[in-house]
Design a protein around this ligand. Structure first.
Ligand code: NIG
Ligand code: FE
Length: 412
């Protein structure tokens, strides 16, 4: 039986429970001082505070001294496009000359450029590149992450991406939760025939992915010049019927009604929401849909920031924040930077930020019962920080503040 004791924790800070936190609850964290955590066979066995130890030190296999620092749950990354061929640094000069994200996409660049490179890449190339990303994410404090397909736009490449995620979930310490997103862009041959492409997704691709258990969620890019609300509704209804849970890229550039649809369809999460309006926020609240907000994408696109304060205070929507890591709109997987932006740009409190990178995204990817908080019975996923409090984490940026990431009771 492998046991790990983490002792001398200055402050252990965590949300509590296995549900998503909204309104005032978003800002409620448990804070235990002079704490210790005992993890047995990957599961949290006991949490103590006030200088008490949960067992005698000679009973355990390994002891880590947290040296009076902050310990939080392992970070949960709720939105990435982790598997892709190539990069897109060539887009920056175009952007600096004034080309918008959709302008580049409409002329066959952007996502379509990555589609070409992902089709060309072998399974092995994608696997080793993605493994490198997971290693980097773990060194930055992430212990569970979501990943989307969507750079294939045909079954063969979409499946190759999902197989990479599946194999990494089996071989890498990171828990990887897969989302199928064949409706990520409209390839030239489908322009003007988007409904037919959606039919192909629903009647051929989704059943294959379901049958081979390659993804738990389906996602779609509901946006001007991509898929409209009616096409998205057909897609989401088919996905739901097959037993997938739903996600949607909504209101990123134009508010065409994606978040209203998300609420109506009771999607687990609606993502981006940069330009969401009151109707959209009301729908998300009614659908109990998590707002997955992506501030590093706003930063990188030079866009405005989603109205997160109103989501929390007025509409009581559970808010998660994530990186959106992808080669176009956010080539960074640093969730600590996302936390800085949550604090400074969304004006969340440090407690709200912690909820937004732990239990809320965990629930949005159906993992709230096993991770996202430090409580007895949950996985031993946690981070010891080179900082004494959340205020420090949210304030310093650009450096990695992790002292040690621990996944299922094993230091990584
Ligand atoms: O969430 N908006 C659509 N998809 C991604 C970007 C993908 C890309 O540009 O490669 C996003 O920002
Ligand atoms: Fe995205």
């Amino acid at each position: 039986m492998a046991t790990l004791l983490i002792k001398n924790i200055g402050t252990l800070q965590t949300p509590v429970g296995s549900f998503s936190h909204k309104g005032k609850e978003q800002g409620q964290n448990l804070k235990l001082h002079d704490a210790a955590v005992l993890i047995k066979d990957g599961i949290i066995e006991a949490v103590t505070c006030g200088g008490q130890l949960p067992c005698s030190e000679i009973q355990v296999d390994e002891i880590i001294d947290a040296q009076g620092n902050l310990v939080t749950p392992g970070l949960v990354e709720g939105h990435t496009h982790l598997v892709f061929g190539g990069y897109r640094q060539n887009e920056i000069p175009l952007k600096l000359k004034g080309a918008g994200y959709l302008d580049i996409l409409r002329t066959g660049g952007g996502i379509m450029d990555t589609v070409r490179k992902t089709r060309e890449a072998s399974f092995e190339e994608l696997y080793s590149k993605t493994k490198g990303f997971l290693d980097e994410m773990m060194s930055l404090g992430v212990t569970t992450c979501e990943a989307k397909s969507g750079y294939g736009l045909e079954l063969k490449t979409e499946v190759k991406m999902l197989e990479v995620m599946k194999k990494l979930n089996e071989t890498h310490p990171m828990d990887v939760v897969s989302t199928f997103m064949p409706a990520h862009a409209v390839e030239e041959q489908w322009k003007g025939r988007e409904e037919e492409y959606i039919q192909l997704c629903c009647s051929e691709m989704m059943p294959y992915v379901k049958e081979h258990q390659l993804a738990e969620f389906c996602d779609i890019f509901t946006e001007d010049s991509v898929f409209n609300v009616e096409q998205s509704r057909v897609y989401m209804e088919a996905a739901k019927k097959l037993g997938f849970d739903l996600k949607i890229h909504a209101d990123e550039i134009e508010a065409i009604g994606g978040s209203v649809l998300a609420g109506q369809m009771k999607a687990k999460s609606a993502e981006h929401l940069i330009v969401i309006d009151d109707k959209g926020m009301k729908a998300l609240a009614e659908g109990d849909t998590t707002a997955m907000c992506l501030p590093a994408t706003s930063f990188y696109l030079g866009a405005t920031f989603a109205p997160v304060r109103r989501m929390i205070d007025e509409f009581e929507i559970p808010v998660a924040i994530a990186s959106d890591f992808n080669p176009g709109s956010c080539p960074s997987l640093n969730l600590q930077f996302v936390m800085n932006l949550g604090y400074l740009k969304y004006r969340m409190t440090p407690e709200e930020v912690l909820t937004a990178v732990t239990i809320n995204p965990a629930c949005a990817i159906n993992r709230g019962n096993i991770t996202g908080t430090i409580e007895e019975g949950k996985q031993g996923d946690l981070v010891i920080w080179n900082a004494q409090d959340m205020e420090m984490l949210c304030y310093r940026f650009g450096s990695n503040q992790v002292m040690k990431t621990i996944k299922k009771g094993i230091p990584v």
